[in-house]
Design a protein around this ligand. Structure first.
Ligand SMILES: [Mg+2]
Length: 247
């Protein structure tokens, strides 16, 4: 881990999958896709479902319109592709997250050092943001958050497809968070395990901490981050910060 410049942060943004949550992403994603495609099988084949889901997700991730929420972009594209409206598919999606998604918990478990990171951040009076890629609905994110041993009350903001206008790795995603929490980017630290999605925060002026426990190296070049280390090192860094004083 690099030598710390402590005392400068007022907010911690932290990723969920593979960072706070010990998630076996290689097993989780295929299981998730199989289960969700089954839910839609009366309407379209598994392969068509996955193709349309990927395309609609790609369009949502690439969209740069500050006036349209991620949810709006996704459903507009997905519904157009499968010839249904959102009213028709919402009950299918809701049923999936209520009755099927909980069975995927077998791929996620509590990370032994996650609690310390969150508790130290609270102790230091940092604004705490669950900066998980908002390509999923709140129903999916809050369940995964509970698998990691936390509740939404542990955070000042949880980003979801319903409340955000951009996705990682778009730097505008991080800028939008800094506006919502009213904290300048240079006083924010973004911690995550993905060299593409999480380190792009630096393009929005945030410092970054690459969490290496479940590292996802998805860029060609050697990743550049302000700090790197294990989640337990992040806990040590947060513990070393000066507490934030607010009037
Ligand atoms: Mg991650």
């Amino acid at each position: 881990m690099a030598a710390g410049r402590t005392g400068k942060y007022e907010a911690l943004l932290i990723d969920l999958d593979g960072t706070l949550l010990d998630l076996d992403i290689e097993k989780f994603i295929p299981a998730y896709l199989e289960a969700l495609s089954k839910q839609f099988i009366v309407h379209l084949s598994r392969d068509d479902f996955i193709r349309h889901l990927f395309e609609a997700t790609r369009i949502m991730v690439e969209d740069n319109d500050p006036d349209k929420k991620n949810e709006t972009i996704f459903y507009k594209e997905f519904c157009k592709r499968i010839g249904k409206n959102q009213k028709q598919i919402q009950p299918i999606v809701d049923d999936f997250y209520r009755n099927v998604f909980p069975s995927l918990q077998c791929w996620g478990k509590v990370h032994p050092h996650a609690r310390a990171v969150v508790e130290y951040a609270r102790e230091k009076n940092l604004i705490l943001v669950l900066a998980t890629n908002p390509i999923f609905p709140a129903a999916a994110i809050l369940q995964r958050l509970s698998w990691s041993g936390f509740s939404p009350d542990d955070f000042d903001l949880v980003t979801t497809m319903e409340n955000m206008h951009f996705c990682k790795p778009n730097p505008s995603y991080f800028t939008e968070i800094t506006r919502i929490i009213k904290c300048p980017p240079e006083k924010c630290l973004m911690a995550g395990n993905d060299t593409l999605e999480d380190l792009s925060a630096s393009k929005a002026g945030l410092d970054t901490f690459l969490v290496e426990d479940l590292l996802l190296h998805r860029t060609d070049k050697e990743p550049v981050s302000t700090y790197r280390g294990k989640l337990k090192d992040l806990a040590v860094l947060i513990k070393s910060l000066e507490p934030v004083r607010r009037n």
